[in-house]
Design a protein around this ligand. Structure first.
Ligand SMILES: Cc1cc2nc3c(=O)[nH]c(=O)nc-3n(C[C@H](O)[C@H](O)[C@H](O)COP(=O)(O)O)c2cc1C
Length: 358
């Protein structure tokens, strides 16, 4: 049987040559003011063999920044620099979506405009420490957004998506609803103690993500919009036990929008299947840390209908020519964790291709 991994797929009207998605990965190599750099252009262009690239999490507003040197998509200068990235990827024959990531409480005053407190659904301090420009520091108690402010953040997502597609040249955007950042903070009961229409019932907790995605879809066209979810993933001190009702509400509300895709970071058995069963559109599954990146494993994921597209993170980080390597069953470069989050071009744009090691 021919491998489904290397068969084409039509996503939101765009033809993908294969079913492999480069998962979003924060690399902390942007310049001052969140402006993408030339190294970032090289990094993404090197990986244009992916069926689809999803960029690193990118803040839709200055207040959305959660880590040092992450890129933004809220100023003209950022959009112009992103355009160089998307042009280079397109020239190499690739396709690229921007991930819209508002970190919410997973931030620090030193990363915020005027040293303000990070914002969140409720004033619940995350356990642990945050990476700042001055090293690791304790998380602070965030400031709860007012209802009017929540509506303003929804509009920031739409404005950022417009900038990404119209000026930045992206094929689409992915709303980051996973991994404990702002939209996930609304979904999870541990971080959302609101008593307005954005808190309480499953329907209310789903509302922020649904409104932000709806506004983004209205701004750039639903066929250019994906959403990422990580049900029951406790990353970033997320506490959510009532995943069934909340994710059912999310999927039921997103379904009629006819989005390009839903992207699920595989969680405990059951939850991913529940979402898959309820969603009639394209599903991207990131088998997360549970599965080795081998052609057989990825083919199995696609062949048994669990996913239409497979997303892979670290293997793409370390193998710019991952698709070509999987196609011939070649060994993969190992990823160097020390250069994941920031630093120089070493461990960023110097991973060799097969040609270079031959
Ligand atoms: C260095 C690094 C940065 C990441 N940054 C993001 C991010 O910005 N947005 C996101 O949704 N996930 C992010 N993730 C999670 C990955 O998208 C992916 O879910 C995870 O690495 C598991 O997939 P893998 O086993 O194929 O690497 C990151 C992962 C790594 C290793």
């Amino acid at each position: 049987m021919p491998s489904p991994l290397f068969s084409p797929y039509t996503l939101g009207g765009v033809q993908l040559p294969n079913r492999l998605v480069m998962a979003p990965m924060t690399r902390n190599r942007a310049g001052a003011d969140g402006v993408p750099t030339d190294s970032m252009t090289t990094y993404y262009a090197q990986r244009a063999g992916a069926g689809l690239i999803v960029t690193e999490g990118t803040q839709p507003s200055a207040a959305g920044q959660g880590y040092p040197n992450t890129p933004g998509i809220h100023t003209a200068e950022q959009a112009v620099a992103w355009r160089r990235v998307t042009d280079a990827v397109h020239e190499q024959g690739g396709r690229i979506y921007l991930q819209l990531m508002h970190a919410g409480r997973i931030s620090h005053p030193s990363l915020q405009p005027d040293g303000a407190l990070p914002v969140a659904p409720s004033a619940v301090r995350p356990a642990g420490q945050v990476v700042t420009t001055e090293g690791l520091q304790d998380f602070v108690e965030p400031r709860a957004l007012t209802t009017d402010e929540v509506e303003a953040v929804v509009q920031e997502f739409a404005a950022a998506a417009t900038l990404a597609v119209d000026q930045g040249g992206f094929d689409g955007v992915e709303v980051h609803g996973a991994n404990g950042y702002l939209p996930h903070q609304f979904l999870a009961e541990g971080t959302n103690q609101r008593t307005d229409r954005y808190g309480g019932s499953a329907e209310n907790r789903a509302r922020f993500l649904v409104e932000a995605t709806t506004a983004v879809a209205e701004a750039v066209g639903a066929e250019r919009v994906g959403v990422r979810l990580s049900p029951a993933n406790s990353f970033n001190d997320i506490v959510e036990h009532e995943t069934e009702d909340v994710y059912a509400a999310v999927v039921a509300r997103l379904q009629p929008l006819e989005l390009a895709y839903l992207h699920v970071v595989e969680g405990p058995p059951g939850v991913t299947e529940q979402i898959r069963a309820a969603w009639s559109g394209t599903v991207v599954v990131n088998p997360a840390f549970s599965l080795a990146t081998t052609p057989d494993n990825l083919d199995a994921l696609l062949a048994d209908g669990r996913a239409d597209l497979a997303a892979v993170g670290r293997a793409f980080l370390a193998n710019p020519d991952l698709v070509a390597r999987l196609e011939v069953g070649a060994d993969l470069n190992a990823a160097d964790e020390n250069s994941f989050y920031g630093g120089t071009d070493t461990g960023y744009i110097d991973y060799p291709t097969l040609d270079q090691v031959a």
